[in-house]
Design a protein around this ligand. Structure first.
Ligand SMILES: [Zn+2]
Length: 114
């Protein structure tokens, strides 16, 4: 299971930088994370999670750890329903296959490009 050693919010660059227990580091832009919000309001109920074009200029106004397994993010558009598990954040990371930012969908945890 993906575990972070450190999570840093870089407001100037509008991204989260996560250092993982295996020593790798991921940079995740806040709008990218907003687009991949996994909550039921954004995604409905099912096994498909799609990328939704985020509001322009969206930022993070709050972060909170949820137990040992996830991060909650409060976005500047008021949305805060997403529970970003470390596993989910790791899947979204540009270093995770397929390389680069993902757009498209995950079906039952498997990525399908747009
Ligand atoms: Zn959501």
């Amino acid at each position: 299971m993906a575990q972070p050693l450190d999570v840093a919010h870089h407001r100037g660059e509008n991204l989260l930088a996560i250092t993982w227990a295996d020593g790798s580091r991921s940079e995740l832009p806040i709008p990218y994370l907003r687009g991949w919000c996994p909550c039921a309001q954004c995604q409905g109920h099912g096994d498909v999670v799609r990328f939704h074009e985020p509001p322009a200029e969206v930022t993070a106004v709050g972060l909170h750890e949820m137990g040992a397994y996830a991060l909650g993010i409060r976005f500047s558009d008021g949305h805060d329903a997403g529970i970003y598990s470390w596993t989910w954040l790791r899947q979204l990371a540009p270093e995770s296959p397929p390389l680069g930012r993902k757009s498209g969908l995950f079906r039952a945890g498997r990525f399908e490009p747009a």
